[in-house]
Write a protein that binds this ligand. Structure first.
Ligand code: ADP
Ligand code: ZN
Length: 210
């Protein structure tokens, strides 16, 4: 199954992507994580992306389209994949069409703007493996290190309040149009983001199983 997860920053796409990855044994591909790793390694891609990420802007379409095109060629995508954070603009969605990639279902995780800021201020990510936690909703076992690899948990620079507002604006302007794009193709399933992660997870699993 080829899936897309849509939703505002902080809606919980990454967490739900992991759940589906476990359930269906297909890779979860996060453009955000790929770009952040490039930043850490100071690759050419990382250097290109830095100023956009820091400002809460989107990285140019051609850059992320190139990333996805390469990633989807890898062997582990043969039986399907979950795209988390791609596409984020209509031209990115059209690029998937041009690559001949068929999408089975698009899951849109909806969370009100008012809740997004609180969610992002509590978000912590592992410095080593990018696993994502939340001080309230999804704490790691000891609160300071990653359950998976023991790495240090840090606050993402773009989760600071000013940048969050910019990212939300960008989401409404550039990403939200994808909801009607995929709805008109009969691919869209809406999942209302819940207070408790497990409750959202239940709805997501229902969305991929029915
Ligand atoms: P979130 O969903 O929490 O905003 P991501 O980790 O998906 O976080 O993305 C972080 C940043 O990476 C974005 O603000 C943007 O700058 C960049 N980025 C990730 N995916 C894309 C994409 N598909 N198109 C353009 N920029 C992207
Ligand atoms: Zn880790």
């Amino acid at each position: 199954m080829n899936l897309i997860l849509l939703g505002a920053p902080g809606a919980g796409k990454g967490t739900q992507a992991e759940v589906i990855c476990d359930r269906l044994s297909i890779p979860a591909i996060s453009t955000g994580n790929i770009i952040r790793e490039a930043l850490r390694n100071e690759t050419e891609l990382g250097l290109k992306a830095k100023k956009f990420i820091d400002e809460g802007a989107l990285v140019p379409d051609e850059v992320v389209i190139g990333i996805i095109q390469e990633r989807l060629k890898e062997d582990d995508c043969k039986n399907g994949f979950i795209l988390d954070g791609f596409p984020r603009t209509v031209p990115q969605a059209e690029a998937l069409d041009k690559m001949g990639v068929n999408i089975d279902r698009v899951i849109d995780i909806e969370v009100a703007d008012e809740k997004i800021c609180a969610r992002l201020s509590g978000r912590r990510v592992c410095k080593s493996c990018s696993a994502s936690y939340h001080t309230m909703y999804k704490p790691s076992k000891d609160g300071v290190t990653c359950d998976k690899c023991g790495g240090e948990l840090i606050c993402r620079k773009d989760d600071h309040p000013d940048t969050v507002l910019e990212r939300l604006k960008v989401y409404h302007e550039q990403t939200e149009p994808l909801i009607s794009f995929y709805k008109s193709r009969g691919k869209l399933v809406v999942v209302e983001g819940q207070e408790e992660v497990e409750d959202t997870t239940r709805l997501t699993l229902k969305a991929i199983e029915e």
